[in-house]
Write a protein that binds this ligand. Structure first.
Ligand SMILES: *[C@@H]1O[C@H](CO)[C@@H](O)[C@H](O)[C@H]1NC(C)=O
Ligand SMILES: *[C@@H]1O[C@H](CO)[C@@H](O)[C@H](O)[C@H]1NC(C)=O
Ligand SMILES: *[C@@H]1O[C@H](CO)[C@@H](O)[C@H](O)[C@H]1NC(C)=O
Ligand SMILES: *[C@@H]1O[C@H](CO)[C@@H](O)[C@H](O)[C@H]1NC(C)=O
Ligand SMILES: *[C@@H]1O[C@H](CO)[C@@H](O)[C@H](O)[C@H]1NC(C)=O
Ligand SMILES: *[C@@H]1O[C@H](CO)[C@@H](O)[C@H](O)[C@H]1NC(C)=O
Ligand SMILES: *[C@@H]1O[C@H](CO)[C@@H](O)[C@H](O)[C@H]1NC(C)=O
Ligand SMILES: *[C@@H]1O[C@H](CO)[C@@H](O)[C@H](O)[C@H]1NC(C)=O
Ligand SMILES: *[C@@H]1O[C@H](CO)[C@@H](O)[C@H](O)[C@H]1NC(C)=O
Ligand SMILES: *[C@@H]1O[C@H](CO)[C@@H](O)[C@H](O)[C@H]1NC(C)=O
Ligand SMILES: [Zn+2]
Length: 317
């Protein structure tokens, strides 16, 4: 228990010192704190040259043979999702320890912390952060991981130019149906429990990351080096944006922009258009379309045993 308290205290310290998103009032909509003000509000990282999101121009994408398949550890676990919350800026799902990715041209294994979403206004107004050939989709899912060598210390991760590995999945409308896919129906059923900011409930349904990533060929992706898309905009992210999108029926997409509030008052604004505007382009690479792994990678379970990981889950998005 002593160890627990020590780690908890350390994480509070980290939040105070490094995470403006917890202490400064950045926002998406109010002109006094929207993205045009982020450089002033949250330090000048947001005004630098390696910022995300970007428009991926496919004709400029180069092939990099080093970009191999990912190995996804515990993406198939139906008990790895911990809790789901309304942060006032997004819906975030924290992971229990054990989610990991490696391969994918990454220099080492990265431990999964959380996923969250960006969306527009109903399924008709784009809300993805990344664009491909100028096209944005209604939503985007971000799965956030940090280098396993940092043992859950997000302060170290955001100070490393490749400390964070974020997986971006564009979400498009699955036409002519409702309540599909079932995994997204299950996920969005939680939204009624987190309508106000800081509402948080445990995820108890057997839902895996693979369930949510239905239909995506995860061997095909774009790669570039960028930043967090929220303050402090740290330039610490190895971005992977998958070519395939997740298809979700419009009624489920619409729940995000109609059910959630940006503050803890029922009279506050609904949470819409929660995305950062496009930033200047960066060089993007991809693997060759014929490439496929022949090696049999072993899915070693890496025991984390780190309270720090779960304590800091909430600090990056
Ligand atoms: C993270 O690492 C920094 C630098 O080594 C250290 O000062 C800080 O206490 C660490 N934070 C946690 C939560 O361990
Ligand atoms: C932010 O506010 C400025 C006015 O200060 C406005 O020009 C800009 O369009 C706003 N951006 C967003 C994303 O709303
Ligand atoms: C952002 O950078 C631009 C170009 O370097 C500069 O003109 C502007 O003043 C900077 N804004 C802030 C708030 O730092
Ligand atoms: C190709 O990918 C590898 C692995 O991510 C990376 O180290 C290398 O810098 C990339 N090469 C180019 C030219 O982008
Ligand atoms: C969102 O869409 C609804 C329905 O079209 C509209 O009434 C509302 O004004 C929109 N909100 C914003 C912030 O654009
Ligand atoms: C979906 O329904 C519309 C009419 O509402 C129809 O025009 C369209 O062809 C249908 N698409 C598919 C893929 O069934
Ligand atoms: C969510 O809300 C529904 C209806 O209010 C309730 O039945 C359910 O138990 C709640 N779930 C959680 C996880 O709190
Ligand atoms: C949520 O899960 C934690 C354990 O992960 C448990 O201690 C807590 O009581 C649960 N909360 C509810 C409301 O069930
Ligand atoms: C709502 O948020 C404010 C701060 O923004 C806080 O002072 C207040 O206690 C919160 N109310 C509830 C019911 O959580
Ligand atoms: C991969 O594993 C399969 C069986 O698990 C084996 O038959 C095959 O030879 C292995 N391939 C390589 C390249 O090791
Ligand atoms: Zn994000």
């Amino acid at each position: 228990m002593k160890g627990f308290i020590a780690v908890f205290a350390a994480s509070i310290f980290v939040v105070d010192v490094y995470c403006a998103d917890d202490t400064t009032p950045w926002c998406y909509h109010d002109p006094s704190c929207n993205d045009t003000r982020w450089p002033e509000i949250a330090g000048d990282f947001c005004n630098r040259s390696r910022q995300s999101p970007i428009n991926i121009e496919t004709r400029l994408v180069t092939v990099n043979e080093s970009l191999n398949d990912f190995i996804f550890t515990n993406y198939d676990s139906t008990s790895i999702l911990d809790d789901i919350s309304n942060t006032g800026k997004t819906v975030k799902v924290n992971f229990k320890p054990g989610v990991q990715i490696s391969g994918g041209g990454l220099s080492e294994a990265y431990n999964g912390l959380q996923f969250h979403l960006h969306w527009g206004n109903l399924s008709s107004v784009p809300g993805s952060e990344h664009a491909v050939d100028g096209v944005r989709t209604p939503m985007e899912l971000h799965i956030v991981h940090i280098k396993s060598s940092f043992n859950g210390n997000t302060t170290l991760a955001v100070a490393d130019s490749m400390g964070v590995a974020a997986l971006g999945f564009l979400i498009e409308v699955l036409p002519n149906t409702t309540g599909q896919p079932a995994s997204w129906n299950t996920l969005t059923n939680y939204l009624r429990n987190i309508t106000l900011r800081d509402n948080i409930v445990n995820v108890t349904e057997g839902l895996s990351l693979n369930d949510l990533l239905v239909g995506v060929d995860r061997t095909q992706y774009y790669r570039y080096l960028g930043s967090l898309t929220t303050p402090n905009c740290y330039e610490a992210v190895v971005w992977t944006v998958f070519k395939d999108s997740i298809k979700v029926s419009a009624d489920l997409i619409d729940k995000f922009s109609t059910m959630l509030r940006i503050s803890n008052e029922t009279s506050s604004q609904t949470m819409v258009n929660v995305f950062r505007r496009l930033q200047p382009v960066q060089p993007v690479s991809t693997r060759s379309s014929s490439a496929s792994d022949t090696s049999n990678a072993s899915k070693n379970w890496i025991s984390l045993g780190l309270l720090a990981l779960s304590m800091l889950l909430g600090r990056i998005y």
